[in-house]
Design a binder for this molecule. Sequence first.
Ligand code: NDP
Length: 399
Amino acid sequence: KKRLIIIGAGGVGNVAVRKSARMEDLYEEILLASRTKAKCDAIAKEAGPVPIRTAEVDADDVQALVSLIRNFKADVLLNVALPYQDLTIMQACLECGVHYVDTANYEPKDVAHFEYSWQWAFREKFEKAGLTALLGSGFDPGVTNVFTSYAAKHYFDEMHYLDIVDCNAGDHGKSFATNFNPEINIREITQNGKYYEKGEWLETEPLEIHQNVDYPRVGSKESYLLFHEELESLVMHYPTLKRARFWMTFSQQYITFLRVLEEVGMTSIKPIEYQGMEIQPLQFLKAVLPEPSSLGPNYQGQTSIGCQIRGVKDGKERTFFIFNNCSHQMAYQDTKAQAVSYTTGVPAALGASLVARGIWNAPGVWNMEQFDPDPFLAELGKMGLPWEVVVDGKLAFGK
Ligand code: NDP
């Protein structure tokens, strides 16, 4: 049996721990470590049957991580702390000879900038150490990468157009709250949009491009073009793509709140001086907003996330849509989490288990689409995220 360390006891960590702790044939013990031990204890108390230990750790500190990992004798580490910690955790995994899995690419704290270069730079070191690093095993990135590679493997000779469409048609009853870490969420959507077309990356103003997208069993929703990190690796690994875009729904109310917060300076990541202390407005805002994990009990509705792809198979044009819809209430009943944490925590637990079982295992640093999509998709539905496929049906973006 294997030994798993999970770092991060937030919304996603809660789901990943509960799901992993049900894999009693695979894991002999799990260690959940995070900045605040009390949060780990609260999760561990309710999860099982795999025994769970908890610990406090500062994941910015490589040496602290190294002694934690060595002590526990881990085989695999799942990082669901914040993107800022990716590099220190990868470094610690290398030093300890442990496989690494995460759900979001590294970002420096002082600039909102998403790209894989920092983590891809570890490739040779992981290869030499004979270790696997699996990057972005959440929903998007994560399942969306696997959806795309599944389409490439089974349905297309060449993929030409990719639109990833992400809708949260849920209602948590609060006037304003973010569904995952508010700091990461707000950093993501207040920066310029970016998409790929004809060999170039084109920039837009934040939320400049938007249109209605039809989501299955949800209906039509205004969706905004954002840059999302899986576009970077997908465009690289599928060079026949002529265009790749990412769309996400936001309600008018959400955008109005966000604009106000932005205009008064509350979303800034530049530290300001306040009563002799340096504070970052966005971090302060996070402290006053509802904890994303607290939204679960009253969350109604569902999420719908998928990939709309056009391309060619056997000389004929083909359209292909693959998606998952996830109900907030189902997610809450299964793991006491809302669907946004659930849709990330389930694939995180699944990705880590594929690495632990040696099914997705090769020395190096990998994005999700580089492994065989079939074993992942064979289990995703059973773990709570069933997916559906529509071939040659009507796509929101038409021909
Ligand atoms: P939360 O803020 O709820 O949880 C983050 C956890 O990490 C908290 O428990 C926090 O501790 C802990 N943490 C932060 N800094 C440190 C540190 N220096 N040392 C140790 N622990 C630390 O975030 P989420 O659970 O919503 O998100 C987790 C990750 O998942 C993020 O990287 C996010 O970007 C990613 N994500 C990916 C998605 C995908 O589809 N791929 C979608 C949604 C999220 P404390 O409790 O003390 O604050």
